[in-house]
Design a protein around this ligand. Structure first.
Ligand SMILES: Cc1cc2nc3c(=O)[nH]c(=O)nc-3n(C[C@H](O)[C@H](O)[C@H](O)COP(=O)(O)OP(=O)(O)OC[C@H]3O[C@@H](n4cnc5c(N)ncnc54)[C@H](O)[C@@H]3O)c2cc1C
Length: 380
């Protein structure tokens, strides 16, 4: 396997950083305080091709390789995890899943709007009573003639009120789950924003309710009964994206810490000169580097068309835990100033915290890894 970042990819990364520093970073603190990001960011992301990411050019995407995609997501994560989430869900969880499982007409119908930002997507798997145990979901899809009627609710859905369509997983039989592309304008579909989150406060997170929502059979993604496989394949892609976002968040923590530790003085010298501060910084730098390499390995495998399920779990588990630790170290270095929102590290810590929870908690990643290594499932 060849893990290599080309000059072209480095130049692309620089262009994403410039975009993020101009269009995102200056507004992040205010978006966090007001619990709302400016929605015009969606069109701005689209205008420079970042909403389409790895999706093929024939559907309006950038057709970029997975390594470039990870570099892009790292830069967005460095600037603002809420904005990073918009792209991760749109491309990683929804777009790539349609690309993998969709018919040609479904790809032509749904992908161009994802790339242009005319209609972003959301991914509706989690329910109020089914998170880690996704197979226990209760949303039902019943046959109505040749089509379907959906009833149920979905919890904590990123892009939930912004999305123009939702990828919804519903039970089509007692032992059977199927996937559907549901326009959010459908009668009976509603989205309620969830406010007061600890972190990712600028992100649009919602509870979705489906009451007798009629969905045409042509909107079914994959075969009847294939829904859980569709959902899990999306999470494999999503975990690479999330890992890259964690690397960016950790990098932001490291840069903020280096800058502050160089300026803040105690006992007659910059705190950067104290061994115990250097320990915090060294741990952070090492963990971020390891996270980055684990993430790049997933990208390289994906670019070579090789399986990467286990490696995605390694990367997601390590990078998310590392991001939480890095943000905690950063806050420690800032001392009392880290505790007020005039400085960025408090937001970084709150934003980091969710990464060990969503797209499979740390416990679930360990069980996935354990199952892969032992051949025994500890969770079914
Ligand atoms: C901000 C945010 C955005 C989100 N975005 C989306 C989205 O876009 N789409 C979507 O579908 N979902 C989304 N989620 C949901 C997220 O994926 C779930 O919260 C997550 O999967 C965990 O499910 P849960 O919250 O129901 O926790 P639970 O599954 O109830 O878990 C509670 C605790 O029990 C542990 N646990 C559960 N089972 C086991 C086991 N077998 N062994 C050991 N420990 C176990 C878990 O690790 C956790 O610590 C989002 C969540 C948040 C907070």
């Amino acid at each position: 396997m060849n893990i290599e970042v080309s000059e072209e990819q480095i130049a692309f990364r620089k262009s994403v950083r410039d975009f993020a520093e101009q269009e995102i970073a200056p507004f992040s603190a205010e978006w966090d305080r007001s619990e709302q990001m400016d929605r015009s960011i969606v069109k701005k992301l689209a205008s420079v091709g970042l909403l389409g990411g790895t999706l093929p050019e024939c559907y309006g995407g950038m057709g970029m390789d997975n390594m470039s995609y990870c570099l892009m997501i790292e830069e967005l994560g460095r600037a603002d995890s809420s904005v990073r989430g918009v792209v991760s869900v749109n491309v990683g969880l929804v777009g790539k899943t349609i690309l993998r499982w969709g018919t040609e007409s479904q790809k032509e119908q749904w992908l161009p709007s994802l790339c242009s930002g005319d209609g972003i997507g959301c991914y509706g798997l989690t329910e109020p009573d089914a998170g880690s145990d996704a197979a226990a979901l209760r949303t039902r899809a019943e046959r109505v003639g040749g089509d379907w009627r959906l009833n149920g609710s979905k919890m904590f859905i990123t892009n939930g009120t912004w999305a123009s369509f939702a990828l919804i997983f519903a039970r089509t039989g007692s032992e059977e789950i199927s996937a559907f592309l549901v326009p959010t304008e459908s009668p009976g579909f509603s989205a309620r924003p969830i406010m007061g989150k600890l972190g990712l406060r600028a992100a649009d997170t919602a509870e979705l309710t489906l009451s007798d929502v009629l969905v045409a059979d042509e909107n079914r993604l994959g075969e009847v009964g294939e829904g859980l496989r569709v959902a899990m394949s999306a999470l494999d892609n999503g975990r690479m994206s999330l890992s890259a976002g964690c690397v960016g968040l950790g990098q932001a923590c490291l840069e903020a810490s280096l800058s502050y530790a160089g300026e803040r003085r105690a006992f007659g010298k910059p705190i950067a000169g104290f061994q115990l501060i250097q320990e915090l910084i060294a741990e952070m730098a090492m963990d971020i580097d390891a996270s980055r390499l684990l993430t790049w390995r997933v990208a390289a495998l994906a670019d070579e068309g090789k399986p990467h399920k286990l490696e995605s779990s390694f990367a997601k588990l390590f990078a998310s835990e590392a991001a939480v630790k890095a943000s905690n170290n950063a806050l420690q270095i800032y001392g009392g100033y880290g505790y007020i929102d005039e400085y960025p590290v408090g937001r970084l810590m709150r934003d980091a915290r969710v990464t060990t929870l969503y797209e499979g908690t740390s416990q679930m990643q360990k069980l996935i890894i354990g199952r892969a290594l032992t051949g025994q499932s500890a969770f079914s």
